[in-house]
Design a binder for this molecule. Structure first.
Ligand SMILES: *Cc1c(COP(=O)(O)O)cnc(C)c1O
Length: 345
């Protein structure tokens, strides 16, 4: 048995999703003529209570477009130091938008309104213009933790007071929505732009959505084209997105339940120092020194269990559409019988 816990991006389209993809009416989306893409964008905009949406290739692309559309060269973007937009998008903020970044050390990747307010530059020629605040929900690097909606409301007030735009990297926003029982419209109301991945927990082969005002999405469509992201009969992919929004949201609870079980298994393991609190579908554990994450990864791989490393000592496991209770039982047999401590003696 192979248990692939490296990421929620590894899931494969379900039979129902593939069927929806095969049946999708398509057209040329650069001409605005793909009925399925148009339906997905309209459906998503309604779901979040915003004016418009744009179907993009990836979460990186929709984040980068959102930032480009809402900044000028030399502006500054405020975000947590663990942010995907800073750590894992290849430095795209610099090359795509020519902006600098103000990194804040939040609480497991989450900022407070006071922290945001304290890092807005004064109106002085020495400083870049603080233009946009970017939040991530859930926070990947901190183990899938969720933002408190009230804190986001307070951050929004700070942004309004200082004329800053507010962006959400919601690659796993639906995990937060399901875990907290919130409403997509709560988020649609608060953010100027939202990026939501379809290819993570929702199980699509490809795609992310950028959501916002008509004006923002009009600009975003131009930027997407410049980046080479204008696609043609993308309706087959959009059909997967529509299917996921209609069938795969509630079931995220299953992923969260299984992630909690994994967290408990790891917590009880002699090689593990600490497991980050498990709120959604990501489990991060720190191994005891001097154990090395890549050794754990290699030893588990021999047993058919694939995981990611997150730095020298941390490992990450992510549950998703293709992880079932049988896989968790398999892990509950394998993990307690396995340790790399002997290799270090
Ligand atoms: C996965 C992810 C993205 C986007 O990744 P792509 O692989 O480009 O789709 C953005 N933000 C976070 C927090 C992510 O986990």
């Amino acid at each position: 048995m192979i248990v692939d816990l490296r990421s929620d991006t590894v899931s494969r389209p379900t039979a129902g999703m593939r069927e929806a993809m095969l049946q999708a009416p398509v057209g040329d989306d650069v001409y605005g003529e793909d009925p399925t893409v148009n339906e997905l964008e309209a459906f998503a905009a309604r779901l979040f209570g915003v004016e418009a949406a744009l179907f993009c290739v990836s979460g990186t692309m929709s984040n980068q477009i959102a930032i480009r559309a809402q900044t000028q060269p030399n502006d500054e973007v405020i975000c947590d130091r663990l942010s995907h937009i800073y750590l894992y998008e290849g430095g795209g903020l610099a090359s795509n938008s020519l902006v600098s970044v103000r990194l804040i050390e939040g609480n497991r990747g989450r900022l407070t309104a006071e922290q945001v307010a304290a890092h807005i530059n004064p109106d002085d020629v020495h400083f870049p213009v603080s233009r946009l605040v970017s939040l991530e929900n859930t926070v990947n690097k901190a183990g899938g933790v969720c933002y408190d909606l009230d804190e986001i409301r307070r951050i929004k007030e700070v942004c309004l007071k200082h004329g800053l735009k507010l962006h959400l990297d919601g690659a796993r926003l639906f995990n937060a929505i399901v875990a907290q029982g919130s409403d997509p419209q709560d988020f649609g109301r608060l953010f100027d732009s939202l990026s939501v991945c379809l290819s993570k927990g929702l199980g699509c082969p490809v795609g992310s959505l950028l959501l916002g005002s008509k004006e923002l999405i009009r600009k975003a469509r131009r930027i997407r084209k410049v980046m080479g992201g204008g696609w043609r009969q993308a309706g087959m992919l959009a059909a997967a997105g529509l299917y996921a929004l209609q069938h795969h949201i509630e079931r995220l609870q299953e992923d969260h339940r299984r992630a909690k079980l994994l967290g408990e298994l790891l917590q009880a393991h002699p090689d593990v120092q600490e497991v980050y609190p498990v709120e959604t579908n990501i489990v991060i554990a720190e191994l005891r020194a001097p154990l090395k994450a890549h050794k754990w990864q290699a030893a588990l791989k021999e047993r058919g269990i694939l995981i990611s490393t997150f730095g020298e000592r941390a490992i990450r496991m992510v549950t998703h559409l293709d992880i079932h209770d049988g896989h968790i039982s398999f892990l509950s047999e394998v993990l307690p019988r396995f340790s790399i401590q002997k290799e270090h003696k």
